[in-house]
Design a protein around this ligand. Structure first.
Ligand code: ZN
Length: 259
């Protein structure tokens, strides 16, 4: 999820925890701040173990990012782990659904007792946003590509290579209902303006489009495409170079493949 302008909280890491204090620790590529109120809660949230799990998972995702997409942030990425109640209080208004974490200049995580698959996927997803932001800070990627790459990476690193049956069915039905978005309309900086129903389709369509690109010339083509796009910041030329077609043509081919 890329919140864009939805969130009014400052992007700096050191806004207030439950009692305004954050502890700090770091790993090779991440600087982690955690609400000390979680520590004082001791066994309730098991924070030390949770922090270590989050850092280990982020380092794993960092290595996978290079392997799958060929880029990774140069500097350390900041991560803030919140007491769950503080997270809900500060950020609940920014979401239309319960979020385990999100990226907005720093990766913010809702504290928990243990890392689960859902949070692992969130960490992989948000790391793509952080890496794209670090690689090209002043370049506003179209949301379909920013979210599509993040969705593809979080699925692919879980071993999921393709859209599943329900996902394909949802896209096919949207196509026959004339409800599919045009990629042009998904080229805003974020999907923050969409309601939950529309956002679900927008994320899925973005994921589908990136998966379609990966299928055109193999997964390795995404690496080449990302590298070229980050370097040139020219979407049309990067697509033409790697996929031998413009966005309109590729979009039409993708839609044609849907049942
Ligand atoms: Zn995202």
């Amino acid at each position: 999820m890329w919140l864009g302008v939805v969130l009014s909280a400052p992007a700096g890491a050191l806004d207030r925890g439950a009692d305004g204090e954050f502890g700090q620790r770091s790993s090779a590529h991440f600087e982690l701040y955690q609400d000390v109120a979680i520590d004082r809660a001791g066994g309730i949230y098991g924070s030390r173990q949770f922090e270590q799990q989050v850092l280990a998972e982020l380092e794993r995702a960092y290595d996978q990012l290079d392997a799958y997409l060929g880029f990774r942030p140069e500097g350390k990425v900041e991560v803030v782990i919140y007491d769950p109640a503080v997270f809900d209080q500060q950020f609940a208004g920014a979401f239309r659904f319960a979020a385990a974490g999100f990226y907005h200049g720093v990766i913010r995580i809702r504290g928990a007792t243990a890392l689960d698959v859902r949070l692992s996927r969130v960490l992989h997803h948000e790391l793509v946003h952080a890496a794209l932001d670090a690689a090209a800070p002043s370049y506003a990627l179209p949301a379909w590509l920013n979210e599509g790459l993040a969705e593809w990476f979080e699925a692919r690193t879980q071993g999921k290579r393709h859209l599943n049956g329900p996902e394909l069915a949802l896209l096919s039905s949207a196509k026959s209902n004339g409800a599919l978005f045009s990629l042009a309309s998904l080229s805003t900086p974020s999907f923050g303006h969409l309601n939950q129903h529309a956002a679900q389709l927008a994320y899925l369509q973005s994921y589908g489009m990136v998966e379609f690109l990966a299928n055109q010339r193999g997964e390795r083509s995404l690496r080449e495409f990302c590298e070229r796009l980050m370097r040139t910041r020219n979407l049309a030329r990067s697509l033409n170079h790697v996929y031998r077609a413009g966005l309109d043509t590729l979009e039409a081919l993708f839609v044609a493949e849907l049942g």
